[in-house]
Design a binder for this molecule. Structure first.
Ligand SMILES: Cc1cc2nc3c(=O)[nH]c(=O)nc-3n(C[C@H](O)[C@H](O)[C@H](O)COP(=O)(O)O)c2cc1C
Length: 191
């Protein structure tokens, strides 16, 4: 049976993004359980409802990538106690136009990191609230990660055993949920 297809969204447009490093490490933790594809959001134009009639090509590409995903992993920083504007823009394009909500029914794991003590907790909570409203199926639990320079090593691994095990648990449960909730055509052979 094919592995679930997971789209990874990093809520940062910063070149040296800490969250991108964490996202790659998480994709590595799940490499034997799902196929991960990183999706760009930094090239999406600013959302404007005037453009919903004829979607910009970047938005068409982005929504097409979302439509093919069995699950979405969002790894987000916290900006001013919420999600960064670049991510909110991507959320809004995903939700629109009316009737073409890309998030509805998507299995989703939300996590993120920040050098602060609460590790992007408030941004994650805001995003959970938004995604619940948009109909995503959220993985339970809370994965707040305080960033330290040694969190992800040069090979893209998480060396600290307790942090790695903590995150591996989320990745395993996310992969399992995405597989179980994947469209039935993917599983019809086993049925
Ligand atoms: C505009 C702005 C607002 C920020 N607000 C917060 C915040 O509310 N909480 C927090 O923990 N860190 C905050 N930070 C620090 C970020 O956690 C830090 O810049 C981090 O590197 C962002 O993640 P990234 O490297 O993946 O972009 C803020 C940074 C910026 C630029």
């Amino acid at each position: 049976m094919a592995k679930p297809r997971i789209v990874v969204i990093v809520g940062s447009n910063r070149r040296e993004s800490l969250n991108r490093k964490l996202a790659h490490a998480l994709a590595k933790l799940g490499a034997d359980k799902f196929d991960a594809t990183f999706v760009r959001i930094d090239d999406l134009p600013m959302f404007n409802q005037d453009n919903e009639g004829k979607l910009p090509p970047e938005v068409v590409r982005y929504k097409d990538e979302l439509s093919r995903a069995d699950g979405v992993l969002i790894v987000t920083p916290e900006h001013d106690r919420s999600i960064p504007a670049v991510l909110k823009n991507a959320v809004d394009w995903g939700a629109r136009p009316y009737g073409k909500n890309s998030w509805a029914g998507k299995t989703m794991f939300i996590t993120g990191t920040s050098p602060g003590a609460i590790g992007s907790a408030l941004a994650q909570q805001h995003l959970r609230s938004v995604m619940t409203g948009l109909g995503a199926t959220l993985l339970g639990g809370e994965a707040y990660v305080t960033f330290k320079p040694e969190l992800v090593d040069a090979q893209g691994n998480i060396p600290d055993e307790s942090t790695r095990k903590f995150l591996q648990g989320f990745i395993d449960r996310f992969a399992n949920l995405a597989e179980r909730l994947a469209p039935t055509k993917e599983r019809s052979v086993a049925a």
